[in-house]
Design a binder for this molecule. Sequence first.
Ligand code: MN
Length: 478
Amino acid sequence: MTFWFIVGSQFLYGEEALAKVAEDGKKIAEGLSGLPFPVEYKLTAKTPKEIEDIVKKANFDDDCAGIITFCHTFSPSKMWINGLARLQKPWLHLHTQFNKSIPNEELDMDYMNLHQSAHGDREHGFIGARLRTTRRIITGYWKDEKVLSQIAGWQHAAVAAAFSKNLVIVRFGDNMRQVAVTEGDKVEAQIKLGWQVNTIAVGDLAEEMDKVTDAEIDTLVAEYRSQYDMDDKDIDTIRYQAREEIAIEKILVREGAKAFTNTFEDLHGMKQLPGLATQHLLSKGYGYGAEGDWKTAGLVAIFKAMYPECPTAFMEDYCYDFEQGLILGAHMLEVCPTIAATKPRIEVHHLGIGGKEPPARLVFEGRAGSANAVSLVDVGGRMRLIAQAVECVKPTKTLPNLPVARAMWKPAPDLETGATNWLIAGGAHHTALTFGASESDIRDLARILGIELVRLDENTTPDQLEKELMLGDLIWNK
Ligand code: MN
């Protein structure tokens, strides 16, 4: 995807100045070429019609992930209203200046008229505030690493938002019975996030499984063998998981879906809960949420799309170690192997719930590092995104009798405060645990999508959080 660079100016300074503005604008766009996604100089904006036209084009161009604006000179902002009021793409206001410093003798009134983003960008900032248009502002010299890295993060968030707007999620079966937090308003999710969340009958999946050929299974099992440790005594069980994976993926491809859910309570016609099958699909970039949790499935898919090279897993908070201040996370099967610190091993064990045959699953230890645990909850009338800073550690216990993948982490600032904050905010037991998206990326994503973000980190206290949420109810329930 591409980002469009639009430079603000006006006719006041003459043709020569405008030519220089355009030339500098192109140079800045070229200077941004090292970013993760290309930035294309589009226009030096001088009239309301030019701005409106370019915004309309951006809105309907599927390849345009967002616009980046900068006012090289003063650019009167009433000129921008009709365009910006119609903008449907993410907007970055890059508050920079063509030259890094103020020259001494070269500086005269002509220079001042040309290089006055400190002046022009204030007018531009005002109209963004006045229109209450969602935008990100990044300030600094356009060649500085810090600025480039901030723009890069925003680009990733904008591309992830575009992915969200086209996301299709397949639900094999409904939510787990009686569970509250995995429920939610799918109409609201589609309006705000773009997600199309629809069901496919589990019986149709079982039929698709019957059609999978031995040759297809052979190929996938060879892939398992190349990536994971496995024991051939389990081969029949492993082959059954391959059959499930192939059938699930065929349906996802047919539906144009990048995420799915299922539930152990609805596996009619299936002999095993998909474990290895789901984990391998997760490793290929699909989102997943267990027990019908389509909200977490969507989040996992989005973070995988935001940073395809970075680990993101479907995760569940399970047990506390109050002695060490750590949370043990796992799931009955479906943790994504991208977070593995050890080579995953395919194992077959009895599963105490669901009443099906013992399923094959990947067992491994999660990696260490800074991450974010992210949850999306429907708090009635709106979606709330909750993102907690966590520090993952190498699991401190070997847990020889735990037959599933596991991870351990400390929420910021400590287990007791972090867990209290999580409960106050209403965060789910399911999360997308992502090592890719930073706080700033998640903030950009929430801003672009227009949903509430509750950030929980080392500075969050329960008292402040309660007040923030009460204010949030006033702000968001309009
Ligand atoms: Mn669960």
